[in-house]
Design a protein around this ligand. Structure first.
Ligand SMILES: [Ca+2]
Ligand SMILES: [Ca+2]
Length: 718
């Protein structure tokens, strides 16, 4: 192609375009002024001539190329190019650094306490006296008020209620007592709208004897024949081995239809499933899928240590070898070498975890697993449920050690119970704390004295003997903390629960300080209580106290409640306490809010500072943050003065941010004289540039170390 100057001074663009906008500087030109822009024909004189041409809009590629090769255009262009490359690399590096350096966000089950709803007792919507799913839905605002996101609902599967729902007749349907599947879906939908997470109870170890599978198994239907653990036995003396049920007596029952004995580690109406059968495993996995598909956010896996039994069915060793075998009838008479924590148990849980992870991939839809296993004297067994760094299992196993708090209200005892978990938790795992639960009524037996199992530290040795003593005097605690520890301690225990590192579990009613009810023999509802009145769980299952209205607002349609309402309901109820700034409820709410908003409380270090017969004191701090919290909790029987002057990291003067005794709030205390009344808890906020944890690493714990960069207001791994 060639460019030719036309007689009017504009350029003729070969065969293509005419450019009237171009004017030669000298105002004209001849037909001989032809510029050869074809690269093949280009030469120096052309180029020199071409430089005289000014750029113009719409110039063709060839002209543009000639211009662009000039230094004044090329150099800025190259500078721009390399600048872009450098900026892109810097951005990529920054992004990778931020990703690598950022600590993991806390998941919903870490950020919020878990609130346990006992369905029968929370709220009765239809007036039949028993709480139900619609009732829970009616009270969802309560969780919002408390700033609680995670709600664990006790079983509502179809059940003959021999163990109040822990005997499931159909894992895929709702018991009519609690509502319908539509009610469940409405409840779940409403919870999701409010950002609440629903955790279901899951009961894999056994079914009800009314379950279809059991009926098919006892008639030897080929597919179902081995769904349960069957063995030959004598019909008149059906005890194929010495195994005993958690509820007492032999764990074997003879079945007339099949002519064999079946195993039940709990009630005889709760036959154990045979997890060595692959069809059973598949059934249970399908049920997990069924509920995850519905949208539930997690499972509390019930009684997991009982899932598998040794296939050889040999006798378990007796705790007292001299005891007559026929008098071995209690769970505590045997070492459960063959009926709990069997090889393969963790594989089952890991498989279920993997199934749940499939449903966890959507952002914000993490499915949570908590396991229930009460291995009181074998903390290492409990810790195994956390899994390993490479193979995940439960997010945490429930920590029941604080249930023993009422046995010996002292600062040292509380520190000991807390330390049992903190000293054994695998690195990087998330702690949790339970102080009350409806389903636990069985207590481990007095530990047997033995030189071989003496603890090796002096502190633990002291508690070993103190523990022996507690059991021996028969201080049998009851699950509601206000009743077992005493009303004096309810506030300080809530303060402990909400300021320890990890997830607290709150049993319904603890947030208002509900107490156990007295249940007469004729009023007993709990099947376990009918079997053994002292084991009844009824006292801690009384209806939730919502208001001073009829039936405490649990049921305002009829005058029926399945268990009596506590007589203190006119003063101990949600409505009254909402109006009182100093109430148990107000303090719970304040502490929970603080727990979720203050970095040291939910992500920071936890350090022991002091413990004595009355006081347990610890602090919460975060590297890089100059704000820290000192907790001074008096679990003793009398007031105490605590001297923390030896803790040089603390300022001389300490201002009380919150006290369980409102009169102490705002007080300025000397660190050498911190006064607390019995049952009083102080939260002291202070400013610091010197942190405690670097100088006392052996007294401090953090799940995942994180630092705060104040200049940018961000957290980073450090
Ligand atoms: Ca009802
Ligand atoms: Ca089992």
């Amino acid at each position: 192609m060639s460019l030719t100057k036309d007689t009017d001074g504009s350029l003729e663009l070969g065969l293509y375009t005419r450019n009237p906008g171009y004017q030669d500087e000298e105002g004209g030109g001849s037909a001989a002024d032809t510029i050869h822009a074809d690269p093949g024909e280009k030469h120096e004189s052309d180029a020199a001539e071409y430089t005289q041409i000014k750029p113009y809009a719409g110039m063709p590629k060839e002209v543009l190329l000639l211009y662009s090769s000039q230094a004044r255009y090329r150099v800025p262009r190259e500078i721009l190019f390399w600048l872009t490359v450098a900026c892109t690399l810097a951005l990529v590096t920054l992004t990778v650094t931020v990703i690598v350096m950022s600590p993991r966000c806390l998941s919903w089950w870490q950020a919020s306490p878990v609130y346990q709803v006992y369905t029968r007792s929370f709220r009765d919507s239809d007036g039949d006296g028993v709480g139900d799913l619609k009732g829970i839905q009616e009270q969802l605002d309560h969780f919002e008020y408390l700033n609680i996101k995670s709600v664990w609902i006790s079983p509502f599967y179809r059940s003959p209620m021999r163990d109040f729902g822990y005997d499931v007749a159909d894992f895929r349907s709702i018991d009519p007592l609690f509502g319908t599947m539509q009610d469940f879906e409405d409840l779940l939908g409403e919870m999701q709208k409010k950002g609440l997470k629903l955790i279901m109870d899951f009961i894999p170890n056994h079914t009800s004897d009314q379950h279809r599978w059991f009926n098919l198994s006892r008639t030897r239907e080929p597919h179902y024949k081995d769904y349960y653990v069957w063995t030959d036995c004598n019909a008149t003396a059906p005890r194929p081995n010495n195994w005993v049920s958690v509820f007492g007596n032999s764990s074997w029952t003879y079945d007339d239809v099949r002519g064999q004995c079946y195993l039940h580690q709990f009630l005889k109406e709760q036959p154990d499933l045979n997890f060595r059968n692959l069809h059973v495993r598949k059934e249970i996995t399908d049920i997990i899928h069924f509920w995850l598909e519905k949208g539930v956010d997690g499972f509390r896996m019930d009684a997991v240590k009982h899932l598998l039994e040794a296939a050889h069915l040999r006798d378990e060793p007796q705790v007292d070898p001299n005891k007559a075998p026929e008098s071995v009838t209690s769970e505590w008479d045997l070492h459960h070498d063959y009926t709990t924590s069997q090889l393969g148990l963790h594989d089952l849980l890991r498989d279920w975890r993997a199934e749940m992870d499939i449903y966890s991939r959507e952002p914000g839809r993490y499915r949570f697993m908590v396991t229930e296993s009460y291995d009181y004297h074998e903390v290492d067994k409990t810790m195994m449920y956390y899994g390993t760094p490479l193979v995940k299992e439960s997010d945490f196993p429930f920590n029941f050690y604080l249930l023993d708090l009422p046995q010996n209200t002292s600062g040292l005892w509380v520190q000991h119970l807390v330390h049992l978990w903190m000293a054994n938790i695998p690195k990087g795992q998330w702690p949790n704390w339970v102080v009350s639960q409806e389903s636990l009524y069985l207590h481990p037996p007095p530990p047997t004295f033995s030189f071989s199992n003496l603890p090796n530290s002096p502190l633990h040795l002291l508690f070993y003997f103190s523990n022996l003593h507690c059991y021996q005097v028969g201080n049998h605690d009851k699950p509601r903390i206000a009743s077992s520890a005493g009303q004096t301690y309810i506030r300080v225990i809530n303060m402990l629960l909400l300021t320890l590192p990890g997830t607290p579990t709150t049993y319904y009613g603890e947030e208002i300080g509900m107490e156990n009810i007295n249940v007469t023999d004729s009023q007993i509802q709990d099947p376990a209580g009918k079997y053994n009145a002292s084991a009844s769980r009824d006292p801690q299952r009384s209806p939730m106290q919502w208001s001073g209205d009829m039936n405490a607002g649990f049921n305002n349609k009829t005058n029926i409640t399945w268990l009596p309402v506590h007589p203190d309901y006119s003063s101990v109820n949600v409505e009254v306490q909402k109006k009182d700034e100093g109430s148990v409820l107000a303090q719970y709410r304040f502490l929970n809010k603080l727990r979720q908003s203050e970095l040291p409380l939910h992500r920071g270090w936890f350090c022991y500072v002091h413990a004595d017969a009355s006081v347990f004191s610890y602090l919460r701090e975060l590297d890089g943050l100059d704000r820290a919290f000192l907790m001074v909790l008096n679990f003793g029987k009398e007031s105490a003065i605590t001297d923390l002057s030896s803790i040089r990291e603390l300022p001389e003067q300490l201002k009380v941010l919150m006290s369980t005794n409102q009169v102490s709030e705002g007080k300025v205390l000397q660190k050498s004289r911190i006064l607390t009344e019995a049952g009083e808890g102080l939260m002291i906020q202070y400013s610091t540039l010197i942190h405690f944890n670097p100088n006392h690493p052996e007294q401090c714990y953090v799940s995942e170390k994180t630092c705060y960069l104040s200049a940018m207001d961000i957290l980073y791994k450090c």
